[in-house]
Design a protein around this ligand. Structure first.
Ligand code: NAP
Length: 318
């Protein structure tokens, strides 16, 4: 059998446009490996691109059908002539094809060998390994950009989401004291991760807390702008949703704050460091739901609800 199934975007639109397609299994070039995908992580950017929004959609509009998916875990089944770091049979994971190529929603994917982390299944499950990369590296890099360190008081918006629930734990590990916004349903969840939970429906956040040193804004838009009132003069803001970053940064600077947007960059080193934290239990991932590859539309509907707790993954071939 030399064919594989993929879930593709044949045209931009609602989740129902997602469609299965069959393609030939590709062969690795010299520095690539062929991975048989076990799980593929689902992220908000997948749904935004499917809807035709954002840069990845713009760049790929003439290349449809396009296969989304930047987070994968699975087994190496073939490798190029130059690859020595991994061998067939090894279990791996990675943040791949970002931002233009995607390709994770597929039974097989070609990946540069240098983009992969090794997975030791006794310590970290393949499902966690696929849930971690994009969200984990976004959390890590947002905290780096905001220079979060010991003693900082940090407010994280959307603390219960994919990025937020990891960011809370990483910020706590850096010695920060963390507040995080969420709905009443997630107050216990967020508290157990080590943050003081602020129910955003109770009252404006600025009425629920004193001034913080750092705002990690995972909501953007009006919610991000409103939360600027929680930051002390001279404090730091990193706003993560790209579409509203300029507006949030502009308002933040008017208020005398240091503010930046960001675009996550794949880092195997950071992924390995977080895998090590998963192994010893200093980081925990919450998997809200898993769907079969052909049920990817349901996974997108879940992500688009805006109220996913933790992560959603596709079980591709397990
Ligand atoms: N720039 C980049 O490189 C980059 C990288 C990754 C992600 N992003 C963007 O960052 C954002 C967060 O990503 P994600 O993967 O964490 O999203 P996500 O998992 O879909 O976030 C869902 C969470 O948002 C929370 N939420 C909804 N409304 C809220 C509100 N008004 N206040 C506080 N929390 C609220 C929900 O909690 P409740 O159910 O409790 O409301 C839910 O847990 C997305 O816009 C994503 O596209 C950007």
């Amino acid at each position: 059998m030399n064919e594989c199934k993929q879930l593709a975007i044949p045209q931009f639109g609602e989740p129902s446009v997602l469609a299965m397609q069959t393609v030939e299994i590709p062969q690795p070039s010299a520095n690539q490996v062929l991975v048989k995908v076990a799980y593929a992580g689902v992220n908000p950017i997948d749904a935004k691109t499917r809807a035709g929004l954002g840069w990845a959609a713009q760049q790929n509009q003439d290349k449809l059908p396009w296969v989304p998916g930047y987070d994968i875990s699975g087994e190496v089944v073939a490798r190029g002539t130059e690859v020595t770091s991994v061998s067939p049979g090894d279990l791996v994971s990675g943040f791949v094809g970002f931002p233009l190529q995607g390709g994770g929603y597929s039974e097989f994917i070609l990946v540069d060998a240098g983009a992969l982390s090794r997975v030791e299944p006794d310590n970290v499950s393949l499902i966690e390994a696929a849930a971690l990369p994009l969200a984990g590296q976004t959390a890590w890099q947002a905290l780096d950009k905001a220079k979060v360190s010991d003693g900082d008081q940090v407010l994280i918006l959307a603390g219960a989401g994919g990025v937020g629930h990891i960011a809370i734990q990483l910020a706590v590990a850096r010695g920060a004291s963390v507040l995080a916004s969420c709905s009443a349903d997630n107050v216990d969840f967020v508290s157990k991760l080590g943050a003081i939970a602020l129910d955003y429906r109770l009252a404006p956040l600025a009425e629920q807390t004193g001034k913080v040193d750092v705002l990690i804004d995972l909501m953007g838009g009006d919610t991000g702008i409103a939360a600027l009132d929680c930051v002390r003069e001279g404090g730091r803001v990193v706003t993560v949703p790209t579409i509203t970053a300029e507006a949030v940064c502009e308002r933040a600077r008017e208020l005398g704050l240091e503010a930046e947007g960001m675009l996550v960059t794949p880092s195997v080193e950071q992924n390995d460091a977080m895998m090590a934290m998963l192994e010893v239990g200093t980081l925990q991932l919450y998997i809200a739901a898993q769907y079969g590859l052909s049920d990817g539309a349901e996974a997108h509907r879940q992500i688009e609800s805006g109220h996913t707790r933790g992560k959603v993954v596709l079980a591709v071939d397990i």
